[in-house]
Write a protein of this length. Sequence first.
Length: 70
Amino acid sequence: MKYAGGWSFSEAYNLPIGLRKWFVQRLSKQLNDEKEAIENASKSRGGSQTLTSNNSPPVPSSYSKKYGQG
């Protein structure tokens, strides 16, 4: 709870046991859900993406004028 929840040791220690258990279970569920979401996102992407002329962002005009590119 101290690391992921931002609680100090004394705050977590002084919580009633039932409430502390609930927070620990809820935090565990949240971290597992986030882990699954990250894994699903990385699986659906199919690896890294390579920039090509079709998917690269446009060069800002101020950059083109200053550095002579674009």
